[in-house]
Design a protein around this ligand. Structure first.
Ligand SMILES: Cc1cc2nc3c(=O)[nH]c(=O)nc-3n(C[C@H](O)[C@H](O)[C@H](O)COP(=O)(O)O)c2cc1C
Length: 251
């Protein structure tokens, strides 16, 4: 099998890293890979903030919900949605504040920037994995965005969306089984509901068996159970007001 595909299919999040920093060359390769990703209308609406300062990483680990591996890794990247640079470009071309405001009150532009940031990040993640390193995304940075923004000195129109731990692997995690392909890849039209539910029931068995085997029987939760639990406990409800405070009132 082709090496790129082998790397993609071998993915698992790594949460235990050796205390060995990445070299500048490794960091540059990872960032160059991120930048090579496709970008909607060429807007490149993201910024990546690299964090190697130990104290700052410790602070981010706490702010992200006490996730130790945010501090203990080879390098920590924060992927930020960035409309600030688009604003600078618009001002450079003589657009007025009102014109820029009108353009930025746009759920479409926000969506474009989120997609761009995610595509860049996944390219970075794959590059790191192709170099034999481990990665773990950290949505936990959205637990305390005001403090994270302050720590990283991000201006208005910039939103840290998630972090990415990268480093030399200390402990290899197990590979988590994904949904059956029939559940996520539908031919021609969206899958009929009864067939969809049957796929979920089959997947529940796979996931329960996976947890059972990995925890000596302590965990046997179903995937649907995890999803229902998540939906019953909505997180980060302050996000809308945070975006407004960053001058991104979405319409
Ligand atoms: C945007 C994003 C945010 C995530 N945030 C966290 C996080 O804060 N902490 C963590 O341990 N894992 C985090 N993960 C990793 C997921 O839990 C993981 O990808 C998922 O459980 C599947 O496991 P796998 O990556 O090992 O296949 C995140 C993943 C993504 C894509």
């Amino acid at each position: 099998m082709n090496d790129v595909i082998k790397t993609i299919l071998n993915h698992r999040s790594i949460r235990s890293f050796q205390s060995k920093a990445l070299t500048n060359e490794q960091i540059q390769t990872i960032v160059a890979s991120a930048q090579a990703a496709s970008t909607s209308s060429f807007v490149q609406a993201y910024t990546i903030i690299g964090v190697s300062d130990e104290e700052k990483k410790e602070a981010l680990a706490v702010l992200s919900g006490n996730q130790a591996y945010v501090a203990k890794n080879g390098h920590f990247f924060v992927f930020c949605l960035d409309l600030h640079r688009l604003r600078l470009a618009a001002m450079y071309e003589g657009m007025t504040e009102d014109e820029i405001y009108d353009a930025f009150v746009s759920t479409e532009l926000y969506t474009v920037a989120v997609i761009d940031t995610a595509l860049a990040a996944q390219n970075a993640a794959l590059a790191a994995e192709a170099m034999g390193l481990g990665i773990c995304y950290i949505g936990g940075v959205r637990n305390n965005l005001e403090e994270v923004s302050r720590l990283l000195q991000t201006p208005d129109y910039v939103v840290p969306l998630f972090g990415l731990c990268v480093g030399y692997i200390k402990h290899v995690s197990g590979k988590k089984p994904r949904l059956p392909q029939e559940a996520v890849y539908h031919q021609e039209v969206y899958l009929a509901e009864d067939k969809h539910i049957a796929q979920l029931a089959a997947y529940n068995k796979t996931i329960s068996a996976y947890y059972k085997q990995r925890t000596d029987g302590k965990r046997t939760d179903r995937w649907t159970q995890q999803i229902a639990k998540k939906l019953k406990n909505p997180q980060r409800l302050y996000l809308k007001s945070y975006l407004q405070s960053k001058k991104l009132p979405l319409m």
